[in-house]
Design a protein around this ligand. Structure first.
Ligand SMILES: [Zn+2]
Length: 195
């Protein structure tokens, strides 16, 4: 048995607030019967305004969610995706971009990051040299819809080479923060991965 570390625990009420939230959640909780029943993966942004399952009418246990800054196909996103597509037998991937993404046209966000980050320290920590921090972070100036399409296209290119023969389909959508609507791209034959 362990006791929460009191020095860090809720000095500003943070943990207490979350504990109350969790109490309410747990009081109505039912453990999902399976992990990933929809055999689908959603790659979306870490933006806190996005509720990936709820906005798609899904419940915990139905789809796997991979999130990062800018719904980007990073090494780690790919790592999780490969596990979903192999061990968890997923066959559908949905890349969901969103309006007003902070990774696009970041204003001074990228400057604030670059001022804080020691690129040498980062390179040493990663064990490889980071030449362009902005590029590594994934800041961009591409419309969100196009960015999501690019990530999906990258997966359509990469996955058949990484997982030859696996019949995976990759879809793209954009979440509108104003309306809550998710708009799907029309999947074309050309874009679908070959089995
Ligand atoms: Zn975003």
């Amino acid at each position: 048995m362990s006791t929460p570390p009191t020095e860090e625990h809720g000095r500003d009420g943070f943990c207490e607030r979350l504990q109350r939230g969790n109490d309410a959640w747990a009081s109505a909780y039912r453990r999902p019967e399976v992990n990933g029943s929809a055999k689908a993966v959603v790659l979306t942004c870490m933006d806190s305004r996005i509720p990936p399952l709820e906005m798609l009418g899904l419940a915990p246990g139905e789809a796997f969610i991979i999130r990062n800054a800018g719904n980007s196909v990073t090494d780690d996103a790919l790592r999780s995706l490969i596990v979903c597509l192999t061990a968890m037998e997923c066959r559908k991937v949905l890349v969901v971009g969103h309006t007003c993404c902070g990774m696009r046209c970041p204003g001074d966000l990228d400057r604030r990051v670059s001022e804080a980050v020691d690129v040498e320290g980062l390179s040493a920590g990663l064990g490889r040299s980071i030449e362009d921090l902005g590029d590594w972070l994934g800041f961009h100036h591409v419309p969100e819809w196009e960015w999501a399409e690019r990530q999906a296209d990258r997966l359509r290119d990469l996955l058949p080479r990484i997982l030859p023969g696996l019949p995976v389909r990759v879809f793209t959508a954009l979440y509108d923060l104003d309306s809550g609507r998710v708009r799907f791209a029309q999947p074309s034959q050309k874009r679908n991965m070959r089995a």
